[in-house]
Every structure is written in structure tokens, then in C-alpha cells.
Design a protein around this ligand. Structure first.
Ligand SMILES: Nc1ncnc2c1ncn2[C@@H]1O[C@H](COP(=O)(O)OP(=O)(O)OP(=O)(O)O)[C@@H](O)[C@H]1O
Ligand SMILES: [Mg+2]
Length: 234
């Protein structure tokens, strides 16, 4: 589905990602690594926010290197950004509808997708007439994911979904993502490797703009470097 080959990118003259290769098939893939490793930058390159300086990105066989952001959305890539970017004064329902209204061809079938999102996240149905900003952090994260799903994506990208949430809410969130991966490909970045490993099939550990380790979730759970640096001894 998604294939990144030998891609480099950065900001101005500063190269952040160096020659990276990553693939996501019909599966759920984690992108782990510390602060500043380049996870968000990689995602920005996928979404056309940052332009690659070399290498190639393809999606379902089509070259999407340097694509515009709205084209990425139309092709079926949806991002739940690290900064939530909801409209806090607008209602939950309006925020959800904005997930698809302005993407060509995606407004059709909106009612059915809304039902599907409400089924996955019942709290959003309950709170649909409420301003988004009045909900709890965990509920807002559900709304951000629901909004991304309204665009009917083939690939859902989540940038550090656990950030700022209590541990119990993070577990619940990853439980839901584990269910969702049956229907949709997922690429999720995390510093919270322990929780994320429960929901992904495979993962890459990024350090200093490159892939340091990759493997199945099981392999990563027992990799000595991952255990030492990311999972701790507890
Ligand atoms: N807009 C920007 N302009 C210049 N440098 C940037 C910009 N955004 C990020 N960087 C730099 O790029 C590097 C990678 O940052 P990035 O945000 O991709 O890391 P990250 O892995 O997502 O980290 P975090 O886990 O904190 O979100 C860092 O050194 C950061 O300072
Ligand atoms: Mg980031």
C-alpha cells in the first residue's frame, strides 16, 4: 500500500530524515523513537507538508513523492496530527463533517460513515451537539480519529495519539486501534512503545532520522535495545 524508498527530507538546509525506507501493507505499523527522531517530519513528507529532497514515496503503486496535501487526502491517506487541530467552538458533529465535506468525492456517503464512526465511538454520538472544546482529552482524541475516518481513508496515520492522555485512556485508545486494524491500514508514531506494541503487527524504531531497528511486534518486544531504551525494566 505505502512504500517509502530511500527518502530524505528536512527543513531548509537541515536534513532531518536520511535515506529512509519504510513500508506499510494491509496491516498496522508502529513508528517509534525518542523526541526529535524525525517521526513527525516523516509523516509531514507523506502528507506533502514537507517536500522530500530525494527518494520516492508510492501509494498503491502510484508515485506520490512531493504530492500536495489535498491530493493525499483524496487518495485515501488521513492524518490525525500530533497537534489535535479540532475546532473547539464548533460542535462534535460539525467537526466530524469537516472531515469529508471539502475532499472531492468524499462528501457522498457521509451519513453512512457518520453512523460507522458513532458506532466505533459512541461518546461522540452522545455529545454530538456539544462544542468539541468542552470534551475531555481522551474524548477529543476520539473525535480527531473519527474526523479522519470520515474521509473514508485506506491508510490512517496517527501521530503520537497517546500524548497527554492518562494511562487508562491510552490503553482504551489502543484497544480501539487494535480493533480498527481489521478494516484499515494504520501507521502510528509513538514514544509510548509499550502500549503501542499491543496494537501493531510490526514496527520501526527511528533514531536520528533513520531506522535503527525493525521487526514484528514480538521481535521488538524482546529486542534488547528496545527493552532497555523503550520498555524499561518494569
Ligand atoms: N519546522 C521545523 N523547522 C526546523 N526544524 C524542525 C522543524 N520541525 C522539526 N524540526 C527538527 O527536526 C527534528 C525532528 O523533529 P520531529 O518533530 O520530526 O521529531 P519527532 O520524532 O516527531 O519528535 P516528537 O516525538 O517530539 O514528536 C528535530 O531536530 C526538530 O528540532
Ligand atoms: Mg512528533
Amino acid at each position: 500500500m505505502l512504500k517509502i524508498e530511500n527518502m530524505s527530507c528536512g527543513y531548509g538546509r537541515i536534513e532531518v530524515i536520511r535515506n529512509i525506507s519504510i513500508e506499510v501493507g494491509d496491516e498496522s505499523v508502529g513508528l517509534f523513537g525518542p523526541n526529535g527522531a524525525g517521526k513527525t517530519t516523516l509523516i509531514n513528507a507523506l502528507m506533502g507538508i514537507v517536500k522530500p529532497t530525494s527518494g520516492r514515496i508510492s501509494f498503491n503503486g502510484r508515485n506520490i513523492t512531493g504530492i500536495e496535501t489535498h491530493e493525499a487526502a483524496r487518495m485515501g491517506i488521513a492524518l490525525v496530527p500530533q497537534e489535535r487541530e479540532l475546532f473547539p467552538r464548533m460542535t462534535v458533529l460539525d467537526n466530524l463533517e469537516l472531515g469529508c465535506l471539502y475532499i472531492p468525492g468524499k462528501a457522498e456517503g457521509m451519513a453512512d460513515r457518520l453512523d460507522a464512526v458513532f458506532e466505533k465511538f459512541p461518546i461522540l454520538k452522545e455529545r454530538r451537539s456539544q462544542p468539541a472544546g468542552t470534551m475531555s482529552g481522551g474524548q477529543q482524541r476520539q473525535l480527531a480519529i473519527g474526523r479522519a475516518l470520515m474521509a473514508d481513508p485506506k491508510l490512517l496515520i496517527l501521530d503520537e495519539p497517546s500524548l497527554g492522555l492518562q494511562p487508562s485512556i491510552v490503553s482504551e485508545l489502543y484497544g480501539r486501534l487494535a480493533e480498527m486494524k481489521k478494516d484499515i491500514s494504520i501507521l502510528v508514531t509513538e514514544q509510548n512503545v509499550r502500549e503501542s506494541l499491543r496494537a501493531v503487527d510490526r514496527g520501526y524504531v527511528m533514531e536520528n532520522g533513520g531506522v535503527a531497528i525493525s521487526g514484528s511486534a514480538e521481535e521488538l518486544k524482546t529486542n534488547p535495545h528496545v527493552v532497555k531504551v523503550y520498555l524499561g525494566l518494569s
